[in-house]
Design a protein around this ligand. Structure first.
Ligand SMILES: Nc1ncnc2c1ncn2[C@@H]1O[C@H](COP(=O)(O)OP(=O)(O)OP(=O)(O)O)[C@@H](O)[C@H]1O
Ligand SMILES: [Mg+2]
Length: 318
């Protein structure tokens, strides 16, 4: 039996009008270009790609923090933008990269975790306290650590606070945007294991964004590879790592063979010039950097070639 759909993204496009200087002409940056995908309940869709390829934009759209320029997003069957803030907070929560900037340095840990509960305005003080204590314990923080300020904790402990804050309302879906990228490698594994454990125990669905393929392989059930605003390949995780099909996926995977964790952008061996979302090449958007491109790749737009549980957008794969 297939699981019901938790996140459904249909034909979503997001463009930004960017003005570089006072006298320059505004440019249309296409951050997400007609993307459709769904994530089943309990699934973990990992999204990978180079810096600026548009990984965070779908996350912000799904969270309702941005409005799509076109297309539709439903979360657990509900249109995200039609929901009020409180209902949305009960359904879907984010965990972002940088717990240093996302936690108020002057607020005690237990008050940070209590905030989403208090904002709902429905629980009495004693219930809030109990729920916060339960949640802190669940993410591996002591009662004493609950009385501290974020500045008195390590990076990993701070990310535990951010996770507790995200989960205290018992949401159904968590959007993790580079949740371990700011952490030391040894701590990254602990946080990934914690997220995996919580997903299992609480029956959560994750959208998990990372530039680090090794991290995604560790947590995701499916992986989408993003290039200039499109998912150029999506496959179940094992298939993608064992038999990558898109030349860009292959380049990304080759780059993991020489991992430099915490470095940010992987060296994909395709040159230093990052592609420009304000100037998307015609035909296949990857053709200028593709090692196997043919003349038709600069003219014809690659159709989606379906695969079990995904697909590949390349003219040259069967
Ligand atoms: N609010 C905004 N205004 C203008 N341009 C934006 C805005 N948000 C994103 N962009 C642009 O859209 C493109 C995609 O951005 P996005 O943040 O989704 O990429 P990303 O893959 O998450 O990057 P990173 O790996 O650096 O986090 C980039 O070119 C970015 O500059
Ligand atoms: Mg990002």
């Amino acid at each position: 039996m297939t699981a019901p759909i938790a996140i459904e993204v249909k034909g979503v496009r997001k463009t930004f009008l960017v003005k570089d200087g006072l006298l320059s002409k505004p440019r249309h940056v296409v951050a997400v270009d007609d993307v459709s995908f769904s994530v089943p309940q309990g699934g973990v869709l990992g999204v990978v790609g180079e810096s600026g390829c548009g990984k965070s934009t779908p996350a912000r759209l799904i969270l309702g923090l941005l409005e799509p320029s076109a297309g539709e997003i439903t979360v657990e069957g509900q249109k995200i933008l039609a929901m009020d803030r409180k209902a949305r907070a009960r359904l879907i929560q984010p965990v972002f990269q940088d717990p240093f900037s996302s936690l108020n340095p002057l607020t005690r840990v237990r008050d940070i975790v209590a905030m989403p509960l208090i904002a709902q305005g429905t629980l009495d003080r004693a219930t809030v306290t109990t729920r916060v204590e339960e949640m802190l314990e669940r993410v591996g923080l002591s009662r004493e650590q609950g009385t501290r300020l974020p500045t008195e904790l390590s990076g990993g402990q701070r990310q535990r606070v951010a996770i507790a804050r995200a989960l205290v309302l018992r949401p159904r879906i968590v959007v993790c945007d580079e949740p371990t990228s700011a952490l030391d490698v040894s701590v990254q594994a602990q946080i990934l294991n914690l997220l995996a454990e919580l997903r299992k125990d609480l029956g959560l669905t994750y959208l998990f964004i990372s530039h680090n393929l090794a991290v995604v392989e560790h947590v995701a059930s499916d992986v989408a590879v993003m290039y200039l605003g499109r998912f150029v390949e999506r496959q179940p995780t094992e298939t993608l790592f064992a038999h990558p099909e898109h030349p860009y996926t292959k380049a990304l995977l080759a780059s993991v063979l020489t991992p430099e964790p915490g470095l940010g952008v992987p060296d994909v061996g395709l040159g230093d010039t990052l592609p420009d979302p304000a100037n998307i090449p015609p035909g296949c958007r990857f053709h200028p950097r593709c090692p196997i491109a043919e003349p038709r790749c600069s003219v014809e737009r690659p159709p989606l070639k379906p695969r079990p549980g995904g697909g590949v957008e390349c003219l040259l794969v069967p």
